[in-house]
Write a protein that binds this ligand. Sequence first.
Ligand code: MLT
Length: 316
Amino acid sequence: MWKILVTEKIHPSGLKELRKDPEVELLEKVDMSEEEFFHLVKDVDALVTRSGTSIDKRVLDEAKRLKVVARAGVGVDNIDLDWASRKGVVVINAPTGNTLAATEHTFALLLSICRKLPHGFNDLARGGWNRKAFMGMQLHGKTLLIIGLGRIGSQVAKRAEAFGMEVLAYDPYISARKVEELGVRRALELEGALALADVVTLHTPLTSETKGMIDERTLKAFKKGAILINCARGGLVDEQACADAIREGRLAGAAFDVFSQEPPKNDHPLFAEDIRDRVVLTPHIGANTHEAQSAVSLIIAKNLLAALKGEPYEHA
Ligand code: MLT
């Protein structure tokens, strides 16, 4: 029997598939205490997580029977990959299930910040009717810089073109053919590209190379009055530097779905009262559509069973 511990809320579609397998004993334990987690992890063959469970050295050392960590989503930055591989633990993810959800949320953030939707709603709900206060920015004709032209970045590019935006892409790892297929302009150098963009959107994984890529120095290269969207990974941006750039008027605004520390603390720099009218924040919900969560759950169940059985599985 394979004992599988599910540590976060996962769509029921994939869990149903796991339960159907006679070799599987499924334990669903959302919101466990650290103590309970460390107690249970000693005795499981696989873990199914989202981004809220840290699978670090300590966990991997305790989990003596562990064979597979299945990340129901794309990002595996909550898992110590080097240590997992030294321990012979396979890490799998669901690379394709939530691409469209994250793409659509990027546009939800972009349109919300450009048209000040939450600010207009809050004012209206407080009894206001201040049409002049909510003057927005049109997307048509503006330059969008996409940093990271992978699955999500490519889908963002297609939709940005439909909005009539000029698309520039910066991604040192993408082939010239892919850039050509998408019909976008390739930027070979980051700071030069930042200077041209009205909107910058991030779509890279969090790695030692990308961590803090938008910091005080790179923010100085932005075009004055640009907008920054982060629907990718929190650690990509120095959030204090971003708040300062908004405060000083170098950035017109920012919209984030992800944070260096999740959940962010009350004194997070982007919550500051004096910049609230230029910020839109959501609680890491980019992948939260019924369709995406169901797809991710089914993909992860299929891949997890294959990995446990030593069969080929999809991973990226
Ligand atoms: C992902 O990496 O796929 C996202 O962070 C989605 C999630 O787990 O919520």
